[in-house]
Write a protein that binds this ligand. Structure first.
Ligand code: HSE
Length: 442
């Protein structure tokens, strides 16, 4: 028996995710009502153009409005779902909703990564909830895992594939050998890519998600612009081939690690050992591999984008807030643990990892010796070397290093790239290493 009053929702945005929320609330209405003990009613939907012809779902025209200030202030609205994207109007809408005493659900990673402190500070002051499961990895409930499931644990490190578009592009390039631009168009048509796909390809979208994860795992606000990031646009098909020959797969990774005094956080494509579970995360799928003190390794995998997976996270957040409302726990001050001593972001130059280096050099006696001498002088130790002839000029020399400091590697390459024997700028891809070997496929 349903005992509670309905929960009133305002949707800001009726794109792919907003449409998915309407569809899921309709398709799963009975189960949702049973789990919450109340109906969830979408009472108003704010859109840019109410007369737009084609929508992802049919909605009652009388629900549509263009005035988000009015929608937010309605007395019959408990929860405002911000699904507009962007950071200017979205920030204004979210802060206005909080100011009006409404709880907020948002899927907006850029908003939280760039203005999270302001949004959560305003929510604490107003005594309202802000939930954001859909902001990271779409339908994969990684926020809930880190906030609730691992509440008694301590995250030591994580490795994640959190941008479906980049993963789709690299996976498809690896499988088909087809060119980057053609595969990007496909990802856009499939609805994985952001409106501005440079955010996907350049690592900006992943950096936003990593900033949110770092905040949850290490109780630390990071300036998202300070997170080191490389996009996937510098990856050539030949690097994917070499990676495979050496026993690796190239994946778009986010990496975060607790060093005690500092937190390491970086976004870049990486050679992932083929025997890691993350190496099998292909297409547009997302996954986060977490190494924590008590649980050890655990991995969370699924659809990181798409209409229903993302809508599922939004509606689950609505249900959770609804439960809080009925338990009179909504907006209750939640302690935000802070480390005893503030920690800094580890500068990229201090990060230690292994490297894949591809040199384009003249095929002459002594060339290898010169490369190795410079690397050695900068404390970069070699694990493997192969040389391959090219039909179109200089040869490729591909080197895998042992663990080295990023600053040393960059200093060595700055020197190498000025040598007369070097015909092409050296290509660098970091190699993922560390604890996921414990979670390797058997
Ligand atoms: N553009 C994002 C991706 C969508 O490709 O993963 C979900 O944030």
């Amino acid at each position: 028996m349903v005992a509670n009053r309905p929960i009133g929702v305002a949707l800001l945005g009726l794109g792919n995710v907003g449409g998915g929320v309407v569809k899921l609330l309709h398709d799963n209405a009975a189960a949702i009502e049973a789990r919450l003990g109340a109906r969830i009613e979408v009472r108003t939907i704010v859109v840019r153009d109410p007369d737009k012809g084609q929508r992802v779902v049919d909605v009652d025209r009388s629900l549509l409005s263009t005035d988000f200030d009015r929608a937010i202030c309605r007395d019959d609205i408990d929860i405002v779902c911000e699904l507009m994207g962007g950071t200017t109007d979205a920030k204004r809408a979210v802060l206005a909703a909080i100011g009006a005493g409404k709880h907020v659900v948002t899927a907006n990673k850029a908003l939280l990564a760039e203005h999270g402190a302001e949004v959560f500070g305003a929510a604490d002051a107003a005594g309202v909830d802000v939930y954001y499961e859909a902001a990271v990895c779409g339908g994969v409930p990684i926020i809930r895992v880190l906030r609730e499931g691992l509440a008694s644990d301590r995250v030591e490190a994580l490795w994640g594939i959190v941008n479906g578009t980049s993963n789709y592009i690299l996976s498809t390039m690896t499988e088909s050998g087809r060119p980057f631009a053609e595969i990007l168009k496909e990802a856009q048509a499939l609805g994985y890519a952001e409106a501005d796909p440079t955010l996907d390809i350049g690592g900006g979208d992943a950096a936003h998600k990593l900033a949110i994860l770092v905040n949850l795992c290490f109780s630390m606000s990071v300036d998202v612009t300070a997170i080191a990031k490389d996009g996937i646009d510098g990856i050539d098909p030949i690097d994917l081939e070499y990676a495979e020959k050496f026993g690796y797969v190239v994946k778009p990774l986010v990496i975060a690690r607790d060093h005690g005094h500092a937190i390491e956080a970086r976004v870049h494509p990486a050679l992932v050992p083929a025997n890691w579970l993350l190496a099998d995360v292909s297409g547009a799928k997302n996954a986060v591999y977490v190494q924590s003190y008590a649980l050890g390794p655990s991995m969370y995998y699924g659809a990181g984008a798409g209409m229903l997976p993302t809508a599922m996270s939004v509606v689950s957040d609505i249900i959770e807030i609804g439960r809080n409302v009925f338990a009179h726990a909504a907006g209750a001050a939640r302690p935000r643990p802070r480390p005893e001593t503030p920690r800094r972001l580890l500068p990229l130059a201090e990060v230690r990892t292994k490297y894949y280096l591809r040199f384009g050099v003249l095929d002459k006696p002594g060339v290898l010796g010169q490369l190795m001498t410079v690397l050695g002088r900068h404390d970069v130790s070699i694990a493997q070397v192969v040389q391959a002839a090219r039909s179109d000029g200089p040869v490729w020399v591909v080197v895998l290093t042992h663990d080295a400091k990023e600053g040393d590697v960059r200093a060595a390459l700055a020197e190498i790239d000025t040598l007369p024997i070097v015909a092409d700028r050296t290509r660098v891809i970091r190699i993922a290493s560390g604890d996921p070997s414990k979670g390797a496929k058997s």
